[in-house]
Design a protein. Structure first.
Length: 153
C-alpha cells in the first residue's frame, strides 16, 4: 500500500501526493528536499544579453540599438564623436585639470579626430560623393577642432 506525503502545503493543508517509497517521514518528490537549489547552476549565463558589449547596455540602450539598426547614414555616429571630442576639449582647456587626465585625454582627442575623418570618408563612400567633398569636410572638421583647441591645424 502506498502512503501519502506528510508535508504541509503553502495553503496549510496536507499534501495529497504519493510519498516516495522508503522515505521517512513519508514525502513526495517535491517535498523530499532533493530539488533544493534547483535552477540554473552557478555561473550560468543563459539569461544574459548576448553579444560582445551586451553586458554593458541597459534595457533602454538595447531598445535604442534595435531602433538605430535601420539607420545606416553614420550621421548619428559622427555627431556622437564630435560631442565627445567637444567634452574632452573642454577638460583640456581647464588650467586646473589634473595632468594625468590631460595626458590620458590628449591622445583620445586625436583618435577622435581620426574617427570623425574616417566616418566622414565612409559616409562619402556610402553616398557616392566625390573626393573633393570629403576633403572639404575633413578640412572643416580639422578647422573646427583647431578652433576648439585654440591652435591652427
Amino acid at each position: 500500500m502506498s502512503s501519502r506525503c506528510s508535508a504541509t502545503t503553502k495553503s496549510g493543508e496536507q499534501c495529497q501526493a504519493f510519498a516516495v517509497r522508503g522515505s521517512a517521514p513519508p514525502r513526495c518528490s517535491a517535498h523530499l528536499g532533493r530539488n533544493r537549489g534547483a535552477g540554473a547552476p552557478a555561473g550560468n549565463q543563459n539569461r544574459r544579453t548576448h553579444g560582445f558589449y551586451g553586458r554593458y547596455y541597459s534595457a533602454d540602450e538595447l531598445d535604442a540599438l534595435a531602433e538605430y539598426a535601420a539607420d545606416d547614414s553614420l550621421d548619428s555616429e559622427i555627431g556622437v564623436v564630435r560631442v565627445a571630442l567637444r567634452r574632452a576639449l573642454k577638460v583640456l582647456q581647464d588650467e586646473d585639470a589634473d595632468p594625468a587626465l590631460v595626458a590620458a585625454l590628449t591622445p583620445l582627442v586625436f583618435a577622435g579626430g581620426r574617427t570623425v575623418a574616417r566616418l566622414l570618408r565612409d559616409r562619402r563612400l556610402l553616398s557616392g560623393q566625390d573626393a573633393d567633398t570629403i576633403m572639404r569636410e575633413m578640412a572643416d572638421a580639422l578647422e573646427e577642432l583647431g578652433t576648439e583647441l585654440g591652435v591652427r591645424l
